[in-house]
Design a protein around this ligand. Structure first.
Ligand code: IMP
Length: 404
């Protein structure tokens, strides 16, 4: 019996979609437990490109896809995703998942306007959906199919209007049609699958550094983005988790605002952004780029319990004479490398200490990883304390090397 987790170790967009698609070959069930359509996974599968927001990409390989209680769901956006599939896929959506009501997007904008320093959200109404849930004014998927829906919507409407935001009536009749075939009980499905000996893969959205508690608050998302979210967001017994597979790019990107110690600008940044097509899947925004930050990565590995790393996009760095790795921060004249323990203000002041590695013209030479890339990977493993088990050197599923 096995239940493992794939989570991002950075600020999202690490290539989790590809990692899950590749790894899910070995699983029967793939489950999401956090976030909503703020996430964007691009998956190239058998020559076709898919863009997923909430549907676990493993459904392409015939896995059962579970959308857990901790997810916030926009049924209109889900409908668009469903159009990419041929209808044979098996999907269960938790009746406890909260709905993203249309007014939440307006509220998301309004909240951004009220902040001195904007978070730079995806504008999908994610924060408001989690806030309404915590206020106990949320409307859940299961409510659509029960008596009392009108009263729940009126409550939400009263709260929305009390915040001077326009109420937009959701088309609940249509939402019911979209969701009816899929509504179920995530924890039961997962528990039964586990007892039945099926292999379960949990797929986190966003990344460790965007976690509501352990990320770079307040420039974070509103959910639990790694191991901490599995139990809360799916009801699956977290004690039964096996491997924690962390996905990291060979460099770092960030969309939205907030400190970014290893950030680059100029030609190297442009090279990486262009080669890596670093533009947001959900918003199209150009991503900020920087060297791989091992101080932050080690923090993510330690707190998440990550024991295996899936390293992505090593090909994007091809052609650079030298490749940087941030191994420490200089703070007020002192070098700090052990724990990532900074307030937002302090993080903005740190200066990265860069270790330079010789670059590689091509990631692969005669079917083997370039020796300079191997040296780069050894430094990463030695510093963060987890093994790199997979290396991805291109967008397609076959452009992946398993290091075992
Ligand atoms: P929200 O999740 O839309 O509230 O946005 C909060 C922060 O998380 C912003 O900085 C977003 O850019 C970031 N964010 C949310 N989802 C993703 C993602 O899937 N990839 C990368 N960044 C994300």
């Amino acid at each position: 019996m096995s239940a493992d987790l794939v989570c991002g170790l950075q600020w999202g967009d690490e290539g989790k979609g590809k990692a899950v698609d590749y790894i899910s070959e070995n699983y029967d069930v793939v489950a999401r437990f956090n976030g909503g359509d703020n996430a964007g996974h691009t998956v190239v599968h058998q020559g076709n490109t898919y863009k997923f927001h909430v549907i676990p990409s493993g459904v392409l390989r015939g896995c059962l896809g579970v959308i857990g209680s901790g997810v916030v769901l926009n049924p209109d956006s889900l409908e668009e995703e469903l159009h990419q599939l041929d209808g044979s896929e098996r999907i269960v959506i938790s009746k406890r998942a909260h709905l993203i009501l249309p007014s939440y997007k307006l509220l998301d904008q309004k909240l951004e306007g009220l902040k001195g320093s904007k978070v730079g959200t995806t504008g999908r109404g994610i924060g408001p959906a989690y806030a309404f849930k915590a206020f106990r004014f949320g409307v859940r998927v299961g409510d659509l199919f029960q008596t009392g829906l009108e009263e729940k919507l009126s409550e939400a409407r009263r709260l929305v209007e009390s915040l001077n935001v326009e109420w937009i009536e959701p088309d609940v009749k249509h939402w019911k049609e979209i969701l009816a075939p899929y509504v179920g009980d995530d924890y039961k499905v997962l528990h039964e699958a586990y007892l039945d000996g099926q292999r379960i893969l949990f797929e986190a959205a966003q990344g460790f550094l965007l976690d509501l508690d352990f990320g770079t608050y307040p420039f974070v998302t509103s959910s639990y983005t790694f191991t901490n979210g599995v139990h809360a967001g799916s009801g699956f017994n977290a004690k039964k988790l096996g491997d924690i597979i962390g996905v990291s790019k060979a460099y770092t990107t960030r969309v939205g605002n907030g400190a970014f110690p290893s950030e680059l600008s100029g030609d190297t940044a442009d090279h990486i952004r262009e080669q890596g097509a670093e533009f947001g899947t959900t918003t199209g925004r150009p991503r900020r780029v920087g060297w791989l930050d091992l101080v932050a990565l080690r923090y993510a590995v330690r707190v998440s319990g990550c024991n295996k790393i899936f390293l992505t996009k090593v090909d994007v760095l091809s052609g650079l004479d030298q490749v940087g790795l941030v191994t420490a921060y200089e703070v007020d004249g002192e070098s700090v490398s052990d724990w990532f323990d900074f307030s937002q203000g302090a993080l903005e002041r740190v200066k990265p200490v860069v270790k330079w590695c010789d670059g590689w013209e091509n990631a692969l030479v005669e079917g083997k990883l370039h020796k300079n890339l191997l040296t780069f990977m050894e430094t990463v493993e030695g510093t963060v304390g987890a093994k790199i088990q997979w290396v991805s050197y291109g967008p397609s599923d076959h452009e992946t090397l398993c290091m075992l």
